[in-house]
Design a protein around this ligand. Structure first.
Ligand SMILES: C[C@@H]1O/C(=N\OC(=O)Nc2ccccc2)[C@@H](O)[C@H](O)[C@@H]1O
Length: 467
């Protein structure tokens, strides 16, 4: 804080804390992770087994869809207020136009089910501050729109009844709330932000109380100094929410530590239950260090549009096989894949999204055994694609995206293992094997053209020690 204001009692000045080293060389933290390593409780195991989720960005930004007064803005549609320099008053007026008469929760849930999504994450409040649920703590919510109804309840009920786990996205950053502050420079800032922290906590408790089926909270908008200076609050908030909802799962974007470090604390340890920094990007496919924590990659179909944008021709649109390869890579490295959809202001998904959802679902019908319940197989990554291992059955899968000109798929096994069988999943065809060297085997593909990714199930057996 500006020295002239001194240090207010109710605001712990994280900046003034000096790091203390512990005997083991780590920095002493009062507000670090709640635990270390991977959670092994049933709720987190289900999160891990799910592997594939649907992200949905839906808010007032879905009405203009990246176009304002006849001009198209290429930047992310949910940032149109900023990219088109729209006044807060004019933007907030969109509330009076929000009337998604074509929204049908059951239809949305059945599209997600057919796609093979095992969980869904919906934006309850994005940076604009508009709440998709009737909140006691603000007028800027669904209740004060022509639609009025509790859209969130219809959504949560429909997806839960379809057997899809529901997670709620919540942006701490709030362009609407008068007490939001990016930085805390004065006592007034501090006092306003204390009120904002109370508002945030109240809304989160309200969401958990209103929607008991919810499995977790997906936080965003915590990159500003105001939040970095409130590591203690973020710690206590995680504790409070998990007390309110035992088993609750939160992503790494919620937390800051004693010294303002986010995602990973000052010792490099993950805070929250899974690392959620992989946004529109994946780790290096040969990086095995990512397997140490649970993690999730969230991905857009266009280059960078989370909210509905009227014109998808402005950038590359990922095709189904491109997205399937990302899903396979995530599973192969022990991570989840959260694919984003942006319905328009009426509650309708665009044709491209419906087609991609259908095509992914088609592939998952035959091949989902290699994805659901899968994890890092512990085998050396090969150029033809990805290994996954089913944590329950122990079965190992090869998800093939790049058939080599030799039609030979190289597999390198630990010394004590050998492949006893290899079968194409779906058609069941058994494939010839050619063992060479001490621990390498070629899985031989029938020489023909392969036009979509396919899965091979491997049966491994222990080698006799003598060999
Ligand atoms: C999922 C996306 O998340 C966002 N911001 O992303 C990040 O903050 N990304 C991030 C943060 C820390 C590390 C790496 C990526 C939002 O601005 C965007 O509209 C969308 O909701």
């Amino acid at each position: 804080l500006d020295p002239q204001y001194g240090e207010p009692a109710q605001y712990e000045q994280t900046k003034k804390k000096k790091p203390q080293k512990l005997a083991n060389g780590k920095i002493k933290l009062d507000y670090g992770p709640l635990y270390h390593g991977k959670r092994q409780d049933p709720a987190m195991k289900k999160w891990r087994e799910n592997r594939f989720g649907q992200f949905i960005h839906w808010g007032l930004y879905s009405i203009p869809g990246g176009v304002w007064e006849g001009k198209t803005y290429g930047y992310a549609a949910e940032f149109l207020k900023a990219s088109a320099g729209i006044s807060t008053e004019r933007w907030n007026g969109l509330k009076d136009e929000f009337n998604p008469t074509e929204f049908n929760g059951k239809e949305w849930a059945s599209m997600a089910k057919a796609m093979g999504a095992k969980y869904v994450c919906l934006t309850t409040k994005h940076h604009e501050g508009f709440c998709l649920w009737p909140s006691k703590y603000t007028e800027f919510d669904i209740e004060n729109t022509p639609y009025q109804k509790d859209l969130m309840k219809e959504f949560v009920d429909a997806y839960s009844e379809a057997g899809i786990d529901v997670y709620l996205y919540y942006s701490v950053l709030d362009w609407y709330h008068p007490d939001w502050r990016t930085k805390l420079k004065t006592m007034d800032d501090v006092e306003a932000f204390e009120r904002f922290k109370t508002f945030t906590q109240n809304q989160l408790v309200e969401l958990l109380e209103r929607y008991p089926q919810v499995k977790g909270l997906w936080f965003d908008g915590t990159w500003d100094q105001c939040w970095k200076d409130n590591g203690k609050f973020s710690y206590e908030l995680e504790v409070l929410l998990k007390e309110k909802r035992p088993g609750l799962i939160v992503n790494s974007r919620l937390r800051a530590d004693d010294f303002g470090k986010r995602h990973r604390d000052s010792n490099g340890d993950l805070m929250g239950d899974f690392e959620s920094g992989y946004e529109r990007r994946l780790p290096d496919p040969r990086d095995t260090s990512v397997t140490k924590n649970d993690w999730e990659c969230c991905m857009t179909i266009p280059e960078n549009q989370w909210g509905y944008h009227k014109d998808w021709t402005l950038t590359h649109q990922k095709n189904t096989n491109e997205l399937l390869e990302m899903l396979a890579q995530c599973s192969s490295q022990g991570g989840n894949f959260l694919l984003n959809f942006g319905p328009n202001g009426k509650g309708v998904f665009r044709a491209e999204e419906k087609r991609i959802a259908r095509e992914i679902g088609e592939w998952m019908k035959t091949n989902s055994a290699a994805i659901y319940g899968s994890d890092y197989a512990g085998l050396k990554k090969q150029d033809w694609g990805y290994f996954t291992k089913n944590t329950k059955s122990g079965e190992v899968y090869m998800i093939v995206f790049n058939v080599p000109i030799s039609y030979q798929l190289r597999v390198e096994l630990p010394k004590h293992q050998t492949i006893s069988k290899a079968n194409m999943v779906g058609i069941g065809q058994e494939l010839q094997l050619e063992k060479f060297d001490s621990n390498e085997t070629f899985v031989l593909l029938p020489p023909k053209s392969y036009t979509s990714p396919f899965v091979i199930r491997l049966e491994l057996k222990a080698n006799k020690k003598s060999q």
